[in-house]
Design a protein around this ligand. Structure first.
Ligand code: SF4
Length: 339
């Protein structure tokens, strides 16, 4: 008999596994707490349930928690972990400690099929979707001392291309019987698949970030193939009109490449696209791939963009690069998997 993995199940789904023997929802919650809050990887070590339940559960289930197979430490204390699933899918996860904030950047797929030009994961190709359990496992299994406070879906893969598992992972991560991370501290990032974005906005309370690369459709099509089917102007229109709940954040990520998308024309178009909306913009420097002809915008140019956007009434910030020396920064994941 194939055993079921507990990591990836809701408390109700765990209850469905054990209710026939007379066990209660409280027992299911105790099991979820052991898996999701304590990261217990061995069912025989779950202490707050009856011995009979432990034995029955052990016969039909595994915790589904598995550890990374390798890690690399950056000079700035960022750590990149490599995971390999039983079926051989590989993916990377990044742990980013910063003052009181501890962020885990999770992957939603092994590789990616969106083919964005400036992304190592795109070059690695698509090797499969991750299950909700494989996504949640990245948050609870990485070996770190401090509590994870934030989760960003900015690792390998396009979350909107694996929406069902991403929404379920968000639900588990934010649940009281799960790691109980606030939905305000979870951000899902996308290059834009319009129907999936609409479904995500309606089914989850987590934040959304849209990577645009260029505000000009023709130019964007050349670097983000998703633009051909899902025009970013239409997505921004949807985001602008979305009745946003308090503190939920919608953000545009704008990777700045010297001479390519950091001109005055780009700045003017960004202002006109975002003016009068509650959408924020996060500017970040481009991270170069091996044999790259492009280079990041200068720090002065990035700060100039931020200043100009802010004085136009648009909320703008600059994202600090982390883990560049271990290829853990934005756009670089999977560099070491390309063989
Ligand atoms: S930028 Fe995101 S969507 Fe595009 S190829 Fe890379 S991982 Fe995939």
């Amino acid at each position: 008999m194939v055993k079921v993995n507990l990591c990836g199940l809701t408390a109700n789904e765990i209850f469905d596994l054990i209710r026939h023997s007379g066990f209660t929802i409280n027992h299911a919650v105790a099991i979820s707490n052991a898996v999701y809050k304590k990261g217990i990887s061995d069912i025989s070590k779950i202490s707050k349930i009856p011995k009979k339940l432990r034995a029955e559960l052990d016969a039909i289930a595994n915790t589904g928690i598995f550890m990374p197979t390798a890690s690399e430490l950056s000079a700035d204390k960022t750590v990149k972990y490599l995971y390999r699933t039983e079926s051989g899918k590989e993916f990377e996860t990044v742990y980013i400690p910063e003052n009181k904030r501890n962020t885990v950047c999770v992957s939603s797929q092994s590789g990616c099929r969106m083919g964005c030009q400036f992304c190592a994961t795109g070059r690695y190709g698509f090797h499969g979707n991750l299950s909700a359990g494989e996504i949640v496992n990245q948050v609870i299994s990485i070996p770190h001392e401090s509590k994870v406070t934030h989760v960003v879906f900015m690792g390998m893969g396009e979350p909107m291309d694996n929406l069902e598992n991403v929404i379920k992972a968000c639900r588990i991560l934010t649940s009281e019987w799960g790691p109980a991370i606030s939905s305000r501290n979870i951000t899902v990032s996308t290059v834009g698949i319009t129907p999936a974005i609409e479904e995500f906005l309606a089914s989850s309370e987590c934040n959304l970030t849209l990577s645009i690369h260029s505000p000009f459709p023709l130019e964007r099509k050349r670097v983000v193939p998703a633009e051909i089917k899902y025009p970013v102007h239409e997505i921004i229109r949807i985001l602008k009109n979305y009745p946003l709940k308090k503190k939920r954040r919608l953000t545009i990520a704008y990777v700045m490449i010297k001479g390519l998308n950091d001109t005055d024309l780009h700045l003017a178009e960004l202002k006109s696209l975002l003016k009068g909306s509650r959408i924020r913009i996060n500017l970040l420097p481009y991270h170069m791939l091996p044999d790259d002809q492009n280079s990041p915008s200068t720090t002065e140019r990035i700060h100039f963009f931020k200043h100009e956007l802010v004085v136009s009434g648009i909320s703008a910030s600059i994202r600090k690069s982390r883990g560049i020396d271990i290829s853990a920064a934005c756009g670089l994941l999977a560099s070491s998997l390309i063989r």
